[in-house]
Design a protein around this ligand. Structure first.
Ligand code: GLY
Length: 397
């Protein structure tokens, strides 16, 4: 049976640390709500990814390829749930409409449909009961479900590019798409989606998570039997290094799988990956590097890895001993405070909240595009972490 979230225990275990930091939490929250309530109206007809000269860009036209197009709507649902401000709801609903074009182009759908529709249409359905939103999520879940390779035992990443054969690829990122499958099973009353999600999570523990808690980004599997052909470098420094956002996906993805299934090994995995993240992030004063095993210089940061991991730590803290709970809560807050102090922008001349996100490790001075920029999921996870600290019970995943 899935473990149920026990509000009493949670508040008792995390309460004292949260209370000690309450003034900071409240003051950051006020700045975030002030800024986002304005941007919600200003960027209503956009699906932003980054900012250009302080203005949100718009990836709505590129909805098919843009795996990040659910984060703006997701942020709006988090803010609506926390504040009741209808302006957030209107923008969330509009962003779901803007995604429809992508859902119609079935062959182009990829493994990231969870990021796209679970944060938007599933959130809408849970908060408002809107049936067409549930239908969108069921279509997305069915597409994700169909990517499971039954012989190789993994959910396939990406689609054919016509260049190199990527049919054996799974990526650590995909742990964050599994909640869409858990949701579909819960809604439909049939475990078939959940079973595939658990097969993929079990595969990740076997093939992606290393014994020391670091992770492989891309694993190239045998396609006709269970087995690993090789491990490839992805967005980190190398195939054997540790890309920090990939590790963040593992921390948060593993604890979410634990919450939906109650399988103890998933919590053990979440803690193991979290401990590796914390140990390495402490070395740079809680400002995460893009890769924890890259050369010491040049120094490249990725704010998004920190805020995503903080969300994972705040969930882990709910299911562990009192002592561990205090530890993970405190470490999450240290990451968020470092982000607030060094990476956040609350001014009116910038639409983004969290700066210094990085798409990937840059291997040369001329490859800096997409490095140290605002990225929409940095804002999403910062807001989500604050919602958790404010005691909101809505687990969007
Ligand atoms: N899922 C792709 C990334 O984290 O950049």
């Amino acid at each position: 049976m899935p473990q149920k979230f026990d509000k009493e225990k949670v508040s008792v275990k995390m309460e004292s640390i949260i209370k000690t930091n309450q003034n900071w939490i409240d003051s950051v929250w006020e700045k975030v709500d002030k800024k986002l309530s304005r941007i919600a109206v200003k960027s209503r007809n956009k699906l932003p990814y980054t900012t250009i000269n302080g203005e949100h860009d718009n990836r709505a036209g590129a909805a098919v390829a843009a795996w990040t197009n659910g984060f703006w709507g997701g942020t709006m649902w988090l803010m609506y749930e926390a504040t009741g401000n209808e302006e957030y709801k209107k923008t969330a609903e509009r962003s779901e409409e803007l995604l429809d074009d992508a859902l119609r182009q079935y062959k182009k759908l990829h493994h990231d449909v969870g990021f796209m529709w679970h944060l938007t249409s599933s959130a809408n359905y849970r908060l408002t009961g809107n049936e067409p939103s549930a239908v969108r999520s069921f279509f997305a879940a069915t597409s994700l479900f169909s990517r499971y390779n039954v012989s190789g035992d993994y959910i396939r990443a990406w689609n054919d590019t016509g260049k190199k054969d990527n049919s054996g690829f799974s990526i650590i990122d995909c742990l964050m798409n599994l909640p869409l499958l858990y949701w579909a099973s819960d809604e439909i009353g049939d475990n078939r989606f959940k079973k595939i999600a658990m097969r993929h999570m079990d595969m990740a523990m076997r093939d992606h998570i290393r014994p020391d808690g670091s992770v492989n980004h891309i694993v190239n599997h045998e396609v006709d039997k269970i087995g690993v052909q090789n491990v490839l470098a992805g967005q980190g420094y190398s195939a054997t290094s540790c890309w920090s956002r990939g590790l963040a996906w593992a921390v948060y993805g593993s604890v979410i799988s634990y919450i939906h299934t109650g399988k103890e090994e998933y919590l053990v995995t979440a803690k193991k990956t979290a401990d590796y993240f914390i140990e390495h992030c402490q070395k740079t004063d809680y400002l995460p590097l893009i890769d924890f095993v890259a050369p010491e210089t040049p120094v490249y940061y990725d704010s998004t890895a920190g805020v995503c991991t903080a969300c994972g730590l705040l969930e882990i803290a709910k299911y562990v001993s009192e002592e561990e709970s205090r530890y993970y809560t405190e470490e999450a807050i240290k990451i968020l405070k470092a982000c607030d102090e060094h990476f956040c922008n609350y001014e009116e001349n910038e639409d983004a909240l969290v700066l210094m996100g990085s798409e990937r490790y840059p291997h040369s001075e001329t490859a800096m595009q997409g490095v140290h920029i605002p990225i929409i999921y940095g804002d999403f996870f910062f807001v989500e972490a604050l919602c958790k600290l404010k005691g909101r019970e809505f687990l969007i995943w």
